[in-house]
Write a protein that binds this ligand. Structure first.
Ligand SMILES: [Zn+2]
Length: 264
């Protein structure tokens, strides 16, 4: 059930029986010379809507701009500052709880959003208003990614290229795959400046000239479909697990005994 396509009576029927919502979260930022700036939010929305379609769970509109200041030197990158992002996501999540939602999965496709979505989940958990967790698609299928690509690359590499070939093929500049590989960096570990254990870089441009990592020429639409299917399966299992949990089991444990103030 995709919220923007439904009427309020439809949504009333939904929350009479269900309390779970899927919120797609991505970014709008450079993804090299070959992939569109909307790569992350398009992947997140495609996975979220597919899982929603197959299960009937509610999917909200996507959050399309995230925490991406580390890509700002490249044209077109949009971002909001981390505290603004956290407050925005927290606020719209609390608004969902007003309608009866008490569990949320943030279907995420941008690494820069991870700690902030975790923080929002923690705030909602501490206040016992909802259980919200962050799910990053590629972290749900690490073995498959290792198996199909030699140099997966964390950004603009073959895994994202294959996924966009599957969900929006016309938007991939396939004539630029070799240039993307040759002008970028293959393995992130070789290039990340680290001094005595300290990470001494902040922006992508310090690591890769054209903004990408990995060998994009390994990407095909068929591999993209395989990744998409596997990640959708993992997401559906997470949604079903979350739906099955009693709400009380999702809430924080009480303080250990003796409870503060109990003998006052
Ligand atoms: Zn990305």
């Amino acid at each position: 059930m995709y919220l923007p396509h439904r009427t309020w009576p439809d949504l009333g029927e939904y929350v009479a029986e269900e309390s779970l919502a899927i919120v797609p979260v991505g970014s709008t930022e450079q993804h090299g010379p070959h992939l569109p700036e909307g790569t992350d939010h398009m992947i997140a929305e495609a996975l979220a809507r597919e899982a929603s379609e197959r299960t009937g769970y509610l999917c909200t509109p996507p959050i399309t701009v995230g925490v991406s200041p580390h890509h700002r030197q490249f044209h077109g990158t949009m971002w909001v500052d981390a505290p603004v992002f956290r407050d925005y996501v927290e606020n719209l999540s609390r608004n969902l709880t007003y309608h009866g939602i008490d569990r949320i999965v943030y279907v995420n496709a941008h690494g820069g959003n991870v700690p902030h979505l975790r923080e929002v989940g923690r705030r909602l958990h501490e206040d016992e208003v909802a259980f919200a967790c962050e799910w990053m698609w590629d972290e749900s299928i690490p073995e498959l990614i290792e198996e199909v690509f030699e140099t997966p690359g964390p950004h603009g590499g073959p895994k994202e290229t294959a996924m966009i070939m599957h969900v929006a093929r016309k938007l991939v500049r396939e004539d630029r795959l070799e240039a993307a590989r040759d002008g970028g960096v293959q393995a992130v570990a070789d290039e990340q400046p680290s001094v005595e254990g300290a990470r001494v870089f902040y922006d992508a441009i310090e690591v890769t000239d054209n903004g990408v990592l990995g060998d994009q020429t390994d990407a095909t639409p068929e591999v993209g479909e395989e990744l998409f299917e596997a990640a959708t399966g993992a997401l559906i299992r997470l949604l079903e697990w979350l739906d099955d949990r009693p709400f009380a089991h999702l809430m924080p444990e009480p303080h250990v005994e003796p409870r503060p103030g109990s003998r006052r």
